[in-house]
Design a protein around this ligand. Structure first.
Ligand SMILES: [Fe+2]
Length: 165
């Protein structure tokens, strides 16, 4: 697909996000498995369910374009996930690893929020309000996940990581 218009740049962003979400679907079960604190495990599992819905939303968004969701690989998301996997491998299970897992997960959330924020702005600009509305729902969900991880880190996990040091 030649990217020669804002409409096509929007489609490119959507394909990039579709690749990212599918990679995240593969990573979240490993992150839940690697976490120790039950609230963090639960947060990753809950976000796995949400991510399934986000993939469906992107598929719905593509129905409002002339293109399909496949054909892009998002190397940035692959890199963020790889960092998370390295942390799991390097730090033994426990409170410090939990703090590191949140740090890795929030990098992914911020990457997604940047992608969805841009896609919503492009969709509104080209007048594709269906896509803008669909993606806004996911953007809000990612923001809520990010805030939840911040609360969990600052109220529970970072204290435990410090105490375990
Ligand atoms: Fe997501």
């Amino acid at each position: 697909m030649k990217i020669d218009s804002l409409e096509r740049l929007l489609v490119h962003e959507l394909k990039d996000l579709y690749s990212a979400e599918n990679q995240i679907l593969g990573a979240l079960p490993k992150m839940a498995e690697a976490a120790t604190h039950p609230e963090l495990k639960a947060a990753f599992k809950e976000h796995l369910e949400e991510t399934r819905g986000q993939v469906k939303r992107l598929e719905k968004a593509f129905e409002h374009t002339e293109f399909g969701p496949h054909g892009e690989h998002c190397p940035a998301c692959a890199g963020l996930i790889q960092e998370g996997e390295e942390i799991i491998a390097e730090i033994e299970a426990g409170e410090v690893r939990d703090a590191a897992l949140i740090a890795a997960a929030q990098r992914v959330e911020h990457y997604e929020m940047a992608g969805y924020g841009t896609a919503v702005a492009f969709a509104r600009k080209v007048g594709n309000h269906e896509v803008a509305d669909i993606l806004t729902a996911t953007l809000e969900e990612e923001g809520e996940t990010d805030r939840k991880l911040t609360r969990l880190a600052e109220k529970v996990i970072n204290f435990r990581a410090l105490a375990a040091s």
